[in-house]
Design a protein around this ligand. Sequence first.
Ligand code: GAR
Length: 203
Amino acid sequence: MFKIAVLISGGGSNLQTIIDGIENNHLNCSIEYVISDKAGTFGIERAKKHNIKTFVFEKKEYGDALSGKILEVLDGKVDLIVLAGYLSILKGDIIKRFKNRIINIHPSLIPSFCGKGMYGIKVHEKALEYGVKITGCTVHFVDEGTDTGSIIIQKAVEVHDNDTPETLQKRVLVEEHKALPEAIKLISEEKVKVEERRILINR
Ligand code: GAR
């Protein structure tokens, strides 16, 4: 069985789509752990409801040791780490140990509106401020940079004239909920081939 860990910082709607994908047999994998860098997140409640093992390692408590702590738990235990709204930056050994085995979902078409400090609603505010007509979401591998790893899947969303950051976020989230399970499925079925920056998908 393909084993994954899901890292979160908030509501966990993306985590929920993975749980649902497993329960309706769309995804042939198991969530071994859900880890949050914040206490009291709804995502942790979602995991507990499905009897998934959870850990809370607070960023404010662990600081720079956070990535090392997560590596300690996951090393040798999972095939893939999924960042589903995880807002800390993974650093150090975990990136090397899990090379091409960590994926992240970001709510824009990378390389637009990404990088340090770009997360959640801020991404959509910037997209509207810039005036792009198309935005979307990206699932990518995680490397040493912030949102710089190779792109696996992107889905586009049209920006409407009357959009607010919130309405845009809502429509992008609908696509995120398709893109993330799709990426996990492709990786678990070994259909993703990494050729330097370009990712080739054997559908
Ligand atoms: C999602 O929109 C995700 O793309 C974003 O946080 C949200 C989490 O929602 N991630 C980032 O901005 C990462 N830079 P969720 O907790 O409901 O899945």
